[in-house]
Design a protein around this ligand. Structure first.
Ligand code: M6R
Length: 600
């Protein structure tokens, strides 16, 4: 996601901050900005695009020593990537400047309240409201420190903040809640950054801030409250620091899923309603739709298959899913009152984009479910929802998939009129991030299983109903990362042909949760057993029967049937990851594959 860097000390803070931001580039960004002080006062410079555009704009400028410098790389969430939406943002009087990483859930409410008291907003971001909110709190004759603290109590959401007040240019104020922020310490200098990557080679000591901690830094000291973080040694190369404690981006992104799923729900999922701001401007058209077509490729297509089941079962809307590469060349009938939903992590996939242009040409109501803000698909769809999952660097899509599933659930709830299942589903969705966390904790066991199965070159992945698309996704992950043959099948189809493949060298990975099709799945597994097939089952915690049939079992927590894929896919991703690692593959950049398929 976004990157924050700050410096206060005797050196040229501008160069230091720009260099730190460069090290945070891997987090993904589409615009950048800095705030520093020169002889003529505070200077704010921002630009769309990469850091070299910003550096060119700055030329040979340097910052005054001992005064605050903050910088930011923005990965757009609220508002397209442009100079106005780039951070730092400022208040009406241009005295408060701030860089933010996170999402402010109640920004629309706050924006309305602040507008009524005369505040004028220059960007479309959620961040800008914080600058105006602090400005408003300053009006009650509070010290800046107190005004900052008061403003934070009014904000709902997640934030890492670096704030500069021009009346106190020798300080950088900061606060953390839900988004990462660390402080680096060296001789008479302090650094602020989103992660240790930015500080490797600069700071010898580091403090990882905890949620709720806030304070300020100056060249001669610092204040942190209400509790104090531990000071730790920093012995990392920038390369190691980028992936944090993880050896590869793929496993890092797998591990991020409790947070990315939570971020998908943030400000959208409430006990008795779902709010999807991006669909509001087409709400009237959506009310009239009679059909939905989902169009996507690869993993996003698998998410679409689950979307089909959710939209039909929860919202009662007939839905069809088509691979974008097929859609673009078919003479398909577009019935009136059909919405076309395009799902894409990158927002740039050539086939999906071509299909979208075809649908736009036919005047369909086109919607996007996209992770990359401002991407072609996001721009060219009439309305849509962003994932807010942060950049995905590993070529194999992992966190984008669970984020897509989470949002498809929200869309189904949003469109559901009188579904009895609605409340139940909304309640259970809120529990999913914790259940994903529990599943990830089994990583060690899954690693051993991946090693055990590493010798096989053929795999069958089976599921029924909601777990059928999850089986397809599990098979795709293993193909991409393990370079082995993996077939994803609806378990009921087995006896119509694929069962001929089964023998002792062709193991099956079965998604067999305690649900409406449990007994059917068990029968399928018995058929496999009879033919000497080995079985690795993903099953529900507490299921005693399954261990008598399967050779190995990975247990996942109990959840509602439509949500099972959100949990089941986690062990499948981890299995594929360790399988690829065990075979010595470049798991982040598997052979023959590209992250964004921008050619046909
Ligand atoms: O960026 P998109 O979601 O449009 O990409 C679609 C596929 O290319 C992508 O999901 C691909 O299948 C991944 N490598 C799967 O891990």
């Amino acid at each position: 996601m976004c990157g924050i860097a700050g410096y206060i000390g005797e050196k040229d803070g501008l160069k230091i901050v720009l260099d730190r931001l460069k090290l945070l580039e891997y987090r993904g960004y589409d615009s950048a900005g800095v705030l520093f002080f020169s002889n003529t006062g505070a200077k704010l410079k921002k630009s769309k695009g990469k850091l070299n555009v910003l550096s060119k704009k700055l030329g040979s400028t340097s910052a005054l020593p001992l005064l605050a410098v903050i910088g930011h790389t923005r990965w757009a969430t609220h508002g397209i990537p442009n100079e106005k939406n780039a951070h730092p943002h400022t208040d009406c009087n241009k005295k408060i400047f701030l860089a933010h990483n996170g999402i402010i859930e109640n920004y629309q409410e706050l924006r309305q309240q602040l507008s009524k008291t005369g505040h004028v907003f220059k960007s479309q971001t959620d961040t800008e409201i914080i600058a105006h909110l602090i400005e408003e709190c300053c009006k009650s004759n509070l010290s800046f420190e107190k005004a900052f603290e008061t403003a934070l109590t009014k904000v709902v959401g997640a934030y890492a903040l670096a704030v500069v007040y021009t009346d106190e240019p020798e300080r950088i104020y900061f606060a953390k809640l839900g988004s990462p922020l660390i402080i680096g310490v060296a001789e008479k200098e302090y650094f602020l950054a989103s992660d240790p990557t930015a500080l490797a080679g600069m700071a010898k000591k580091i403090m990882y801030l905890k949620d709720g901690q806030r304070g300020w830094l100056s060249a001669s000291g610092h204040k942190i409250g209400p509790t104090r973080p531990k000071m730790e040694n920093l012995n990392l190369s920038p390369e190691q620091a980028q992936k944090g404690k993880f050896p590869h981006f793929m496993i890092k992104e797998i591990s991020e899923q409790p947070e990315t799923v939570r971020d998908a729900f943030r400000g959208r999922l409430f006990a008795n309603r779902v709010k999807l701001g991006g669909l509001e401007n087409v709400a009237r058209e959506l009310e009239k739709i009679k059909r939905i077509e989902i169009i996507a490729c690869g993993t996003s297509y698998h998410a679409g298959l689950l979307g089909e089941l959710l939209l039909e079962e929860i919202a009662g809307i007939p839905t069809k899913v088509i691979e974008a590469s097929e859609y673009r060349y078919r003479d398909n009938v577009l019935s009136p009152m059909t919405a076309c939903l395009f799902i894409s992590q990158s927002g740039e996939t050539a086939d999906t984009l071509a299909a979208l242009r075809k649908a736009n040409g036919r005047k369909a109501l086109t919607l996007g479910l996209v992770n990359t803000v401002g991407s072609a698909i996001a721009r060219e769809t009439k309305a849509g929802v962003y994932n807010h999952a942060g950049p995905e660097i590993g070529v194999a899509s992992t966190k984008a998939f669970t984020s897509q599933l989470s949002i498809l659930n929200l869309i189904a709830l949003f469109l559901a009129k009188n579904s009895r299942k609605r409340k139940l589903l909304a309640r259970e969705l809120n529990l999913i991030p914790e259940k994903i966390k529990t599943t990830i904790k089994d990583g060690g066991k899954i690693k051993l299983l991946a090693k055990k199965y590493q010798k096989y070159n053929n795999f069958m992945f089976l599921g029924r109903k909601y777990n059928y698309p999850a089986a397809l996704e599990g098979a795709l992950k293993l193909k991409e990362i393990g370079y082995v043959h993996a077939e994803g099948k609806a378990a009921g189809e087995l006896k119509h042909g694929p069962i001929a493949l089964i023998d002792k060298d062709f193991p099956t990975i079965a998604l067999v949760n305690k649900n409406s099709v449990y007994e059917k799945m068990i029968s399928n597994l018995e058929e496999i057993k009879t033919r000497g097939g080995r079985i690795l089952a993903i099953a529900t915690i507490g299921d005693k029967k399954i261990s008598k049939i399967a050779d190995d079992v990975i247990y996942v927590p109990k959840t509602l049937e439509p949500l099972e894929p959100l949990l089941n896919v986690i062990p499948l991703q981890i299995f594929a990851y360790y399988f690829g690692v065990a075979r010595g593959h470049d798991v982040d950049k598997p052979r023959n594959l590209a992250k964004s398929v921008t050619v046909e």
